[in-house]
Design a protein around this ligand. Structure first.
Ligand code: MG
Length: 394
């Protein structure tokens, strides 16, 4: 195995787990984290959660699961070349979307609106909550008891108010520090993955066209290269050959720019990574091209009228479910009625009042945990079970 650079996260410098455990045998601490994530229930749910297109719209569109695997692949390739901790970037990448609601961003916006009087809902805080609290698999602890650096990488952003209640993992937001380079790389890999696969899915769905994309420099430049080299290529191969070149350009640019920043700042160790400005970055030119592609996708894909129709429906499903459960707790499965004692948005610290009674915020948090955990089709079915008057099955 190649030796890690001194500023990588390693077995030696990890801040470890909240609950002490014996060192794993035959695998590293971060491989153990990755394995726990893969075996979690929340990870399996990703298969049936929307990225842009709802799961049943087509078998070939990305889901949160395939998205997370693509993020992990890109992040690992870059981390390996930078001699960073590949197992850690893999664990962070596979876990980064565990807290996503059904129906993608529309679902998150709807749930956040429902929760506005109870601390709000934010998917990356929820991902941390999943691995810290909600997974119930181990005898000795709630959650997955992951290493600090994995948890830190999952928490990409966080308000100062929430950070103050999160303990160690929230500290960097208060001290204006950066997370590990592994976390920074995983974050960029997320962006590289979704921008590229959303182009692919957008084209496949017919909601965006090659002609429209020809106005986007990053896409157009690579399309030209492929067309010149292979004038007779069919559309599917043409698209794939273009996208693979885009991924390569973005990954290589990220790698070189990050290496340059590390050298400029003469970073020696993890403390140096945390104190420096963000080290992982695209060059100015690629940053601009990437921004142009993002705004193209926003206008032409995420706000396409057919996607908007689905988003509106998703909004309604989530708000209806939330209101129904808040109005009558007896509609909730018993485990969520009982779980409500641990309602704080940030997990480990219960927000119940002094008498240990359940507050309305606790209860709302339990409802939000239940809804956030649903897959697209489960949410649709649950909505039907509660609201469809012609539905007689319970
Ligand atoms: Mg993501």
């Amino acid at each position: 195995m190649t030796e890690l650079v001194p500023y990588a996260v390693s077995e030696q410098n990890t801040r470890g787990r909240c609950v002490r455990e014996d060192a794993p045998s035959g695998r590293s601490e971060f491989q153990r984290d990755r394995d726990r994530i893969i075996h979690s229930t929340a990870f399996r749910r990703l298969e049936y959660k929307t990225q842009v297109f709802v799961n049943h719209e087509g078998d070939l569109f990305r889901t949160r699961l395939t998205h997370s695997i693509e993020v992990a692949q890109i992040a690992r390739s870059i981390a390996r070349r930078l001699r960073l901790n590949e197992d850690l970037v893999e664990a962070i990448s596979l876990a980064h979307d565990l807290g996503h609601t059904p129906f993608g961003h529309a679902g998150q916006d709807a749930l956040n609106a429902c929760m506005k009087d109870f601390g709000g809902f934010e998917h990356n805080l929820q991902s941390l909550r999943v691995v810290d609290v909600l997974e119930e698999r181990y005898a000795d602890f709630d959650g997955l008891n992951l290493c600090f650096e994995t948890r830190e990488g999952i928490l990409k952003h966080c308000s100062p108010a929430n950070a103050a209640r999160l303990g160690e993992v929230g500290e960097r937001f208060l001290k204006q520090q950066r997370p590990s380079l592994e976390a920074q790389i995983a974050n960029f890999a997320d962006e590289i993955a979704y921008n590229n696969h959303d182009v692919d899915d957008g084209l496949r769905s017919g909601l965006v066209t090659l002609e429209q994309l020809a106005s986007v420099k990053l896409f157009a430049d690579h399309l030209d290269i492929v067309r010149k080299a292979y004038p007779a290529l069919g559309d599917r191969r043409l698209i794939h050959e273009t996208i693979r070149r885009m991924i390569n350009t973005l990954s290589t640019d990220l790698l070189l720019e990050t290496e340059k920043n590390i050298q400029t700042r003469a970073v020696q160790n993890i403390a140096g990574v945390r104190a420096a400005p963000p080290l992982a970055a695209f060059s100015a030119e690629i940053h601009e091209q990437q921004r142009e592609l993002k705004s193209f996708l926003l206008t032409h894909l995420y706000r396409h009228y057919r996607v908007m129709r689905m988003s509106t429906k998703a909004h309604r499903i989530i708000s209806d479910l939330f209101r129904a459960f808040m109005d009558d707790s007896r509609l909730l499965p018993p485990q969520f009625q009982q779980r409500s004692g641990n309602g704080n948005v940030v997990g480990r610290m219960p927000s119940s009042n002094l008498q240990g009674q359940q507050t309305e915020a606790d209860f709302a948090r339990a409802v939000s945990d239940y809804i956030a955990g649903m897959t697209d089709r489960y949410a649709i079915r649950e909505h039907r079970r509660i609201f469809a008057v012609e539905e007689i099955q319970i």
